[in-house]
Design a protein around this ligand. Sequence first.
Ligand code: AMP
Ligand code: FE
Ligand code: FE
Ligand code: ZN
Length: 291
Amino acid sequence: MRIDLHTHSNASDGTDDPSDLPHLAREAGLHVIGLTDHDTVAGWSRAQAQVCTAGVALVRGMEMTAYMPADPARHPLGKTRISVHMLAYLFDPHHPLMCAHIDHMVRVRSERAREIVDRLAKDYPIRWSDVQAKVKGNAPIGRPHIADALVELGIVPDRTSAFRSILRSSSPYYVPSSSPLAMEVVEWVNAAGGKAVLAHPKARARANFLCDRDIEKITEAGLFGIEIAHRDNPVELRGQLADLAERLQLRQFGSSDYHGTGKPNALGENTSDSQVYHDLLKGVFLPVIKP
Ligand code: AMP
Ligand code: FE
Ligand code: FE
Ligand code: ZN
């Protein structure tokens, strides 16, 4: 079985409609796909409606924005927060703690994006309406939407170059988004009957990746698993990361983090074992949707 449990649609910052994802997964030779849009479950029903025609099982999930306090000794640049992405699977989407997170993040993401656009507008001909035009419905707004507006205005050639230049986290235009503590988020996912998996913990692009002690603290809050095979985890660190996972008894996941045409990540470029997948399904609130 080929299983890819971390993908995005245009319900957040991917470029594909959620109803296309099961079909694209099928073309990529996958049997199970996880839809994990950032801080929203709005894409679930459209993806779900295509499970039978595509013949690909759907795991409903969400990638939650969170943070860990940074140890100042390790972060001489004065960063106080490390950005953390937490995958939440098969939880009750009506649970008040999860609903509160979704509502909160839509609001703060929008305020933060506005602030970034205000800063950019001092030097570039960009307006808030240019960014709004790139967002589907009331999807949570992120830098990818600002990047798309910058591309359309001819300021940068593509998303990736926007992230490498004016939208990078060390840019003067950058504003961090205010998000909950990683340990809290893990507790909410468990309270809502789901399972929490730490996404790309050694993503170097964030220039602020998590140390072993951080991962231990998050684990103590009730973490189920951790992504190891992910293109943002440097290959030379994956052995150590797997040893840590073994010691902390965390399940080891592999996934693509597919975003459509906005990022080079290809569906199924990394996958999870079927044993890990079957363990994920045990005792959770929502079932996997099978063809
Ligand atoms: P934000 O959460 O608003 O700070 O924006 C970061 C998000 O942009 C992450 O979830 C990335 O997955 C996403 N992203 C989409 N396309 C790209 C790209 N080409 N380069 C870097 N990040 C990207
Ligand atoms: Fe993303
Ligand atoms: Fe992520
Ligand atoms: Zn992701």
